[in-house]
Design a protein around this ligand. Structure first.
Ligand SMILES: Nc1ncnc2c1ncn2[C@@H]1O[C@H](COP(=O)(O)OP(=O)(O)OP(=O)(O)O)[C@@H](O)[C@H]1O
Ligand SMILES: [Mg+2]
Length: 306
């Protein structure tokens, strides 16, 4: 594996890297002027303090700097790992433009080079909790956003049925079911369809598979990669599972303890093996063990209060 990062269409890249299994650890987190392409998301010295001036004032993230490139006709799959409470969801919700995380206390969040004013149709979200509407059928959940946009029923149902199939559900069996009639995996399929049907350029996912059993989780990872190759969006994906991050991510950010900041940036050489097969590969395991050591050092330093 090469010891320098070189995007296939560029010879310019001064960042030193250290190969670890199927990944490479960058010697520093990339800044805007080190990228060739425009950015999708950029954080510039972002700090978020909640409850300013109150006894429970708390700084969740401090001086967060990173930049995600807009890779044409592909998008990049970004995975974010870090100890619980370090500010991962805070960062994701700031990209979404959702309060109270948005706006930052100081610094700037840019999306497609523009300062962010709030949520927008260019960004879609999938959460860990099953966020479907209980009183709506699968079809009406999947087409909810299209309904809000005013798309006529016939047209949106046609699209909705296509997406129900694309996420691996069965139109005939499942379209008129209500969320309480679905398994956790099926509900997350509905959530993914509901988000992707709107064709967001940025897909924000906060531990979407965290509540699923291991087998379902691997199937969902394979499905997500298949869909992502079609939709060509940038994905910002939070997970607690290092295996999941290494399997899914083109790039991984590891956050420090609270107040969180980006500690390490890695890029991962993706392969097209299914999740179950990939996990058996030695180079995959080497990358996982490396990140596990980084994260456990973080946990230890937190326990030691350093
Ligand atoms: N609205 C809020 N008001 C006050 N504090 C908040 C608020 N939202 C988050 N925090 C605090 O900020 C810190 C970071 O929270 P965040 O939810 O971003 O962590 P996380 O990395 O996503 O954690 P987890 O892995 O457990 O989901 C936590 O200590 C949390 O209690
Ligand atoms: Mg969180």
């Amino acid at each position: 594996m090469s010891a320098s990062v070189a995007p296939s269409d560029s010879s310019r890249d001064p960042i030193a890297t250290n190969p670890v299994g199927m990944g490479e650890v960058l010697d520093h987190v990339r800044s805007r002027d080190e990228l060739i392409r425009p950015s999708v998301v950029e954080f510039k010295n972002v700090t978020k303090t909640f409850n300013i001036g109150k006894p429970n004032e708390f700084t969740a993230v401090r001086d967060v700097n990173f930049v995600i490139e807009d890779i044409p006709d592909k998008g990049e799959f970004i995975c974010t790992l870090g100890p619980s409470g370090c500010g991962k969801s805070t960062i994701l919700r700031m990209i979404a433009g959702l309060g109270p995380q948005h706006p930052p206390t100081s610094g700037e969040v840019l999306v497609f080079g523009q300062p962010l004013s709030g949520p927008g149709p260019d960004r879609g979200m999938v959460f860990q909790d099953y966020t479907s509407f209980d009183h709506r059928t699968v079809l009406d959940n999947v087409t909810f956003g299209l309904e809000c946009q005013g798309m006529p029923r016939r047209q949106r149902y046609e699209l909705g049925r296509q997406w129900i199939e694309r996420v691996g559900l069965n139109v005939n069996k499942d379209q008129y079911k209500y969320p309480h009639e679905l398994s956790g995996g099926m509900r997350q399929r509905v959530a993914i369809a509901r988000t992707l049907i709107l064709k967001p350029r940025i897909i924000l996912m906060d531990e979407p598979f965290g509540a699923l059993d291991p087998m379902t989780r691997m199937n969902m990872q394979d499905l997500l990669l298949d869909l992502w190759h079609d939709v060509q969006a940038t994905v910002f994906f939070i997970t607690h599972s290092i295996e999941e991050a290494v399997f899914l991510g083109d790039r991984i950010y590891v956050l420090s303890n609270s107040p969180g900041t980006i500690l390490k940036e890695m890029q991962i050489q993706q392969s097209y093996l299914p999740s179950k097969e990939m996990q058996k590969e030695a180079r995959f395991q080497e990358t996982v063990y490396y990140i596990r050591d980084v994260v456990s050092q973080l946990e230890e330093s937190r326990r030691a209060g350093t």
